[in-house]
Design a protein around this ligand. Structure first.
Ligand code: GDP
Ligand code: MG
Length: 296
């Protein structure tokens, strides 16, 4: 019976690097949102859909919030993250176990302006040698806001994620489902491919990664058994090009191989991936270029 269905939006909010995308991927069981140790990983809003019986959870993964705005790309990311909080049924506010920063206070003040209940997810508890260390942290957290629930989790290992989903489920209104039961995300395979390439670049380049790097898909041709993808990696300076390409193309090759493996798993087909590196000056601080690169 349709009328018994419960459907709602859940915003996943928090500082960069607290584990928001890892959480979403673990809940969905598929890698739709890229993750890395670097703070700038998630730049776009991305929906992850999970249907379980009468419940349909529509998760909104957001870029991490920055308490200093500055560049156009940061402003874009803050706008994207904050615009998510007003139209959702529940907010999952992710923090790092044992660390509460000024940035967290800044975010909580903004979240408090939304009418949605807030679940505090205290992540990375797998890193604690002794879980009793958590108790004073949880008590202090309870005084900061009237949270709907406070749940210690490990997004990486999956600890307590069922608990978290149950609590979020309690906040979902009665509403017919909005997506077919097998749909995982609102994003196209092209988008997932571009993001996956960006993730591999972030991981392979480490500290050498140019702050402003972007990936566009030039061709995405799906045949019966193979998907042919051509992509361009955009950097801001000519000097960044050889860093990405590596000696005799070794780095670009590594990025291509790793990304191909992930995409073959995600698309369930063989993937042929071709990568180019091109220079586009000053895009991360220029609204028009941001637009052209898909940051709308
Ligand atoms: P986001 O910026 O909030 O989306 O954070 P990510 O999901 O990209 O994760 C940032 C980093 O934290 C990555 O290196 C993750 O592997 C790591 N991480 C995320 N969740 C956990 C966790 O539960 N435990 C541990 N030990 N590491 C985690
Ligand atoms: Mg993220």
């Amino acid at each position: 019976m349709k009328s018994l269905e419960r459907t709602g939006y859940i915003a996943i909010i928090g500082r960069p690097n607290v584990g928001k995308s890892t959480l979403l991927n673990h809940i969905l069981g598929e890698k739709i949102s890229i993750t890395s140790r670097k703070p700038q990983t998630t730049r776009h809003r991305i929906l992850g859909v999970k249907t379980m019986g009468e419940f349909q959870f529509i998760y909104v993964d957001t870029p991490g919030l920055h308490d200093h705005e500055g560049r156009a790309l940061n402003r874009y990311m803050n706008r994207t993250a904050l615009s998510a909080i007003h139209d959702v049924d529940v907010i999952v506010f992710v923090v790092d176990a044992l660390r509460w920063t000024e940035g967290d206070d800044w975010i909580l003040t903004r979240l408090s302006q939304s009418k949605a209940p807030i679940i505090l997810a205290v992540n990375k508890i797998d890193k604690l040698s002794d879980r009793s260390q958590l108790l004073p942290y949880l008590e202090a957290s309870a005084k900061r806001h009237d949270f709907f629930k406070i749940i210690p989790i490990s997004a990486k290992n999956g600890d307590q994620l069922i608990e978290l989903q149950k609590s979020a489920g309690e906040c979902l209104p009665q509403h017919p489902h909005l997506f077919p039961p097998d749909q995982l995300t609102d994003r196209s395979d092209r988008f997932i491919a571009a993001e996956n390439i960006r993730e591999k670049l972030m991981r392979v380049l480490g500290q050498e990664l140019p702050y402003s790097l972007s990936v566009t898909i030039d061709a995405f041709e799906e045949e019966e058994k193979i998907v042919r993808i051509a992509a361009t990696i955009w950097v801001e300076k000519v000097s960044q090009k050889p860093i990405i390409i590596g000696e005799e193309g070794s780095r670009l090759k590594m990025v291509g191989q790793r990304s191909r493996l992930d995409l073959e798993k995600y698309l369930d087909k063989k993937v042929f991936l071709k990568l180019w590196v091109k220079v586009k000056t000053g895009w991360s601080d220029d609204e028009k270029s941001l637009h052209q690169l898909g940051y709308i």
